[in-house]
Design a protein around this ligand. Structure first.
Ligand SMILES: Nc1ncnc2c1ncn2[C@@H]1O[C@H](COP(=O)(O)OP(=O)(O)O)[C@@H](O)[C@H]1O
Ligand SMILES: [Mg+2]
Length: 291
């Protein structure tokens, strides 16, 4: 089985789906066989890649409930080496249906273990921490966390890191952090630069070198059903996702949660949270991890 990367953040609108679509596309164009699984009932990854779901199209919903073999639900995209397991709004019902299933946290994990043909499997998560996200985190080798470059960048990160710790303790001990990805960076905005500086200071080894700029073309491309690399390959947004794909292909993962407990970060946390209350939660998180 390939590398399963879950793209998660408890906050909505931080660039999870944009990253899932465009990272998957950039891996696909360099001929790395890639599958994007749309785990969000909003189904934006499905529509953003131009995959049309008709009444009788099999989706992740059918696959999770055992009503359709996974292989039969895979859809092709405009990129030869990129497939999608699509979703529709119906997926919201799966959270309740799964409650009655044994080992409900492992359903996706069990399904993915049988998939041998992909080098990368990306999971686009909803902003909640419900059973869909838990299934994704249990099935994943690593988590990629997009952080929007704004004042409350780290809001929601605390509960996500706590969930990851719980997951590691109970369901998926091998789960690591693939990296924190700064998104919607605005070079002209002092706050963007400040957020970058502070996040890098706090998580020195876990932030991707690549930063995704705020770029109008990235916002436009989903409405054309195209990843940015096909919609406007020369724009800055496209180039940044190409760079991210390269970085992922060469980078080794580090378990950020374990490192977050280090003394060095304890000191950094104090000074940062004094300066910026948005960082205050990290101290609480770290306390929880140390226990
Ligand atoms: N780097 C970016 N530059 C400009 N717009 C972006 C960027 N990343 C995301 N967007 C836009 O912001 C909105 C939220 O992004 P999205 O990827 O859907 O977030 P999430 O999946 O975390 O909810 C979307 O309209 C998307 O097109
Ligand atoms: Mg999304």
């Amino acid at each position: 089985m390939g590398r399963v990367i879950c793209i998660a953040n408890r906050k909505g609108g931080v660039g999870k789906t944009t990253t899932a679509i465009n990272l998957a596309a950039c891996l696909g164009v360099v001929k790395a066989p890639t599958l994007l699984i749309d785990c969000d009932p909003q189904a934006n990854a499905t529509s953003g890649l131009g995959v049309r779901v008709e009444q009788d199209t099999a989706t992740l919903y059918d696959v999770l409930l055992g009503e359709c073999p996974l292989q039969d639900a895979l859809a092709k995209t405009t990129i030869e080496h990129l497939d999608v397991l699509p979703a529709t709004h119906d997926l919201i019902g799966v959270e309740i249906e799964l409650l009655n299933i044994d080992n409900r946290e492992y359903v996706l994990h069990g399904l993915l273990r049988r998939l041998a043909e992909y080098e990368y499997i990306l999971l686009d998560c909803p902003p909640s921490l419900g059973l869909l996200t838990v299934n994704a985190l249990t099935a994943a080798d690593s988590v990629l966390i997009p952080l929007q470059c704004e004042y409350y960048a780290l809001e929601g990160l605390r509960s996500l890191l706590e969930t990851i710790e719980l997951l590691r303790a109970r369901l998926n001990p091998d789960l690591v952090i693939e990296g924190l990805l700064l998104t919607m960076f605005d070079q002209r905005n002092r706050l963007s630069r400040q957020v970058e500086e502070e996040v890098r200071q706090f998580f020195p080894d876990q932030v991707f070198h690549t930063v995704i700029p705020r770029n109008v073309r990235l916002g436009e491309s989903p409405s054309h059903g195209l990843p940015i690399i096909l919609y406007d390959p020369s724009c800055r947004g496209a180039q940044s996702y190409v760079a991210l794909a390269q970085e992922i292909r060469t980078r080794t993962s580090t378990p950020v949660v374990a490192q977050a407990a280090s003394e060095e970060k304890a000191n950094a946390g104090e000074s940062l949270s004094e300066k910026n209350p948005a960082f205050a939660f990290v101290e609480t998180t770290r306390g929880g991890i140390d226990e």
